[in-house]
Ligand binder design. Structure first.
Ligand SMILES: *Cc1c(COP(=O)(O)O)cnc(C)c1O
Length: 365
C-alpha cells in the first residue's frame, strides 16, 4: 500500500519554534527571542484571549453562528456581500479553497520566486502544477505587471504577494490593475495580503467592485496575533461567491478561532499598536543592521548577510531566532521579524556581532 506519487511535492519548511530551539540549547523558551515566523510580538489582543476562554465550555457544539457572525462582520468591514467572504483555517486554507474551486487536473499556477511555498504546494495537492516568475534582487525585488507577464503563459491562477514574503516589496495598485487587465479571461489573479495591515498601499479588495478575475486573501495570523488559532479568509467576486458552499471543508474554521477573530476585529488599539511597532522596527533594522536590507511593507526585513544559514545558526546559539531564507531561494539572506522595541534592539546587537564573526571565519577558511 503506497500513497500516490508525491515526489514533486515539497514539504513546507517552517521557521524554527522557541520550544524546539530551547530544548536543543537546554534553555527556557522565554530566554529566546523568536523572530523567524513574522508573528505578532505583542501577543493576541486580550479581548481575543477572553473570547477564547468564554467560548471554551461550548466546544462540544459545531461552530455555526460564530462562522456566520465572522463572515458578516468581515463583509461589512470590507463593504462586500457575505457570499464574497470565504472564512478558512488560516489564509492557507483559503488558498486551498481557491485551488479546489479553480484547478482542473494539470492546470498550472504562476507563483513568485523567491516566494511563499504554499501556493505551489496547494496546486500540487489539487493535481495541478506550478511555474514561476522572478522577483529579482537586481531590481530590488520590485513587483511589476510586466515582470509577471514576462513569465505568464495563460496559467489558471497567478499569485501576487503584497507585501511580498520574504522581501517586503509592495506591488503598487496601478501594477495590480495592469495585471488584472492583461491576463487572459480564464486566469484568476490572487493577491495575498497576509501583511496588508502593515502596508501603506490600500487593499486590493477595493478592486473587486470592478474586476471579477481577482481574489484577495487575508489572515489573522500576523497583525491580529492569532497564528495559533488558524483563521483567515479570501474575499472573492460576487459572481462566484456561492462556490464556497461547494468547496469548503465543513466547520474547518473552528469556534474558538471565529470568536477570537471577532473580538480581535473590535480591538483596533491592539492592531494599531502592532502596526506602529512594526513600522518602527523595520526602520530600525534598515538603519542599524550592518547588512544590506530592502524597504519593507511587512512586519519583517530581509537582510543580506553573506551565509544566511551560518548567520541564522550563530544567532540562534545566542538566543535570537531568525529565518534562514535558503528555502525561499535566498541562501545569502536572513529574514528578521519585527519584535517589540526591546527584542528588535537585541536582534540588531546579536546579528551585527554574528555577521562580523561569520564574515571573519569565512576569510580565515
Ligand atoms: C503567513 C502567510 C500566509 C498565511 O498564513 P496563515 O497562518 O495560513 O493565515 C499567507 N501568505 C503569506 C505570504 C504569509 O507569509
Amino acid at each position: 500500500m503506497m500513497p500516490r506519487d508525491l515526489s514533486a511535492h515539497e514539504a513546507y519548511v517552517p521557521g524554527r519554534g522557541s520550544e524546539e530551539v530551547a530544548r536543543e540549547l537546554g534553555v527556557e523558551p522565554d530566554e529566546l527571542t523568536k523572530l523567524s515566523s513574522n508573528e505578532n510580538p505583542h501577543g493576541p489582543s486580550p479581548a481575543a484571549v477572553a473570547a477564547v476562554e468564554d467560548a471554551a465550555p461550548d466546544v462540544n457544539v459545531y461552530p455555526k453562528t460564530s462562522h456566520t457572525d465572522l463572515t458578516e462582520r468581515l463583509a461589512s468591514k470590507w463593504d462586500v456581500s457575505s457570499e464574497q467572504v470565504w472564512v478558512s483555517p488560516g489564509a492557507d486554507g483559503a488558498l486551498d479553497y481557491l485551488s479546489r474551486a479553480f484547478l482542473d487536473p494539470d492546470d498550472r499556477v504562476l507563483v513568485p520566486t523567491p516566494g511563499f511555498a504554499y501556493y505551489s504546494m496547494s496546486a500540487r495537492y489539487h493535481h495541478g502544477d506550478a511555474a514561476e516568475y522572478g522577483v529579482s534582487k537586481a531590481d530590488d525585488f520590485a513587483q511589476t505587471a510586466a515582470g509577471v507577464l514576462d513569465a505568464y503563459d495563460g496559467e489558471r491562477i497567478v499569485y501576487v504577494t503584497t507585501p511580498h514574503n520574504p522581501t517586503g516589496s509592495v506591488m503598487p495598485r496601478e501594477e495590480i490593475v495592469e495585471l488584472l487587465e492583461s491576463v487572459e479571461d480564464r486566469t484568476l489573479v490572487v493577491v495575498d495580503e497576509a501583511y496588508g495591515e502593515y502596508a501603506e498601499e490600500p487593499t486590493a479588495i477595493e478592486l473587486l467592485a470592478e474586476y471579477d478575475n481577482l481574489a484577495v486573501t487575508r489572515t489573522f495570523s500576523k497583525a491580529y496575533g492569532l497564528a495559533g488559532l488558524r483563521i483567515g479568509y479570501a474575499v472573492v467576486p460576487a459572481a462566484w461567491g456561492d462556490a464556497y458552499a461547494r468547496v469548503n471543508t465543513p466547520f474547518a474554521a473552528n469556534e474558538l478561532a471565529c470568536r477570537a477573530a471577532l473580538a480581535a476585529l473590535d480591538d483596533e488599539e491592539h492592531v494599531e499598536e502592532s502596526v506602529e511597532t512594526a513600522a518602527w522596527a523595520r526602520e530600525y533594522y534598515r538603519d542599524e543592521l550592518d547588512a544590506r536590507t530592502w524597504p519593507s511593507g511587512g512586519n519583517f526585513v530581509l537582510a543580506e548577510v553573506g551565509d544566511g544559514s551560518a548567520v541564522a545558526e550563530a544567532a540562534q546559539r545566542r538566543g535570537v531566532i531568525v529565518r534562514d531564507t535558503s528555502s525561499f531561494g535566498l541562501p545569502e539572506c536572513v529574514r528578521v521579524s519585527c519584535g517589540t522595541r526591546e527584542e528588535t534592539k537585541r536582534a540588531v546587537e546579536v546579528l551585527n556581532d554574528v555577521v562580523a564573526d561569520v564574515a571573519a571565519e569565512g576569510t580565515r577558511a
